[in-house]
Design a protein around this ligand. Sequence first.
Ligand SMILES: C[S@@+](CC[C@H](N)C(=O)[O-])C[C@H]1O[C@@H](n2cnc3c(N)ncnc32)[C@H](O)[C@@H]1O
Length: 290
Amino acid sequence: MTPLDYEFLRKLLKERSGLDLSPDKQYLVESRLIPLSRKVGLPGITELVQKMKTGSDALTSEVVEAMTTNETFFFRDKVPFDHLRDTMLPALLQARASRRSLRIWCAASSTGQEPYSIAMCLKELGAALAGWRVEIIGTDLSQAVLEKSKAGIFSQFEVQRGLPIQLLVKHFTQVGELWQINPDIRAMVQYRQLNLLHDFTQLGTFDVIFCRNVLIYFDQETKAGIFERLAKVVEPDGFMVLGAAESVVGISDAFRPYPERRGLYRPNATRAVRSGAAAPQVLRSVAAAR
Ligand SMILES: C[S@@+](CC[C@H](N)C(=O)[O-])C[C@H]1O[C@@H](n2cnc3c(N)ncnc32)[C@H](O)[C@@H]1O
């Protein structure tokens, strides 16, 4: 790969997926794109770049997908799921008691372990959610991970990472050497392809947004823009959850940290009142309820 090839790829990846590669990440690009070059019958990255320059959109998508990091596992970091069970769901069950509906968005859902972990948490609530309309939407840039998510089939290794044995026995069926998540949990999650760099208002508004371990790959300006847009689709009394290495602090005031709950945020009502982004009366009553 020549320095010019690398510059071309850096620019393309930043525009297409938000991935912000520092100048010293050639090794990462090579480790991901040399196998892709071989797969598509090209000798190396220079030829791959040449072919992309001739306008092969399908190949460009393959390159963007190959450069995404899809690392995930069930109940990753545990704490966010404790917050879901102990803080978010109790607050929302009360706040939505008359409407009896909940919408949760998992904004970079990778191969499905995160939205299915959320679904299992909700299932544990049992009768408390009887008669409620619950929607969990998993979205990701990569079509390949979405296909795997929809199938809900995981290897022995994958179910051994983070998933308590009682939940494995309760919610999965062994199929040969693999494990398939049971239809009741699978049906709780819908999947859609979505690039966080693009408009997502068509998804509607959410009570909870999990947006974990994806913004870490973006630069500050891209993160700030996404926080702004996330704040527009989270309910004024809703929640946002970030990954362990992510924060809004110093990047955006669209959200504020929830006290004593690491990784948990709420939209910043005071700021919304100032900017007039929502009816002041609604925001005052939400602020008062906090
Ligand atoms: C490291 S995984 C995180 C998965 C899960 N949220 C977790 O914390 O375990 C990051 C995911 O973000 C997706 N991704 C990367 N850039 C994206 C973008 N611009 N829009 C949507 N998803 C993106 C990748 O395809 C990948 O599946």
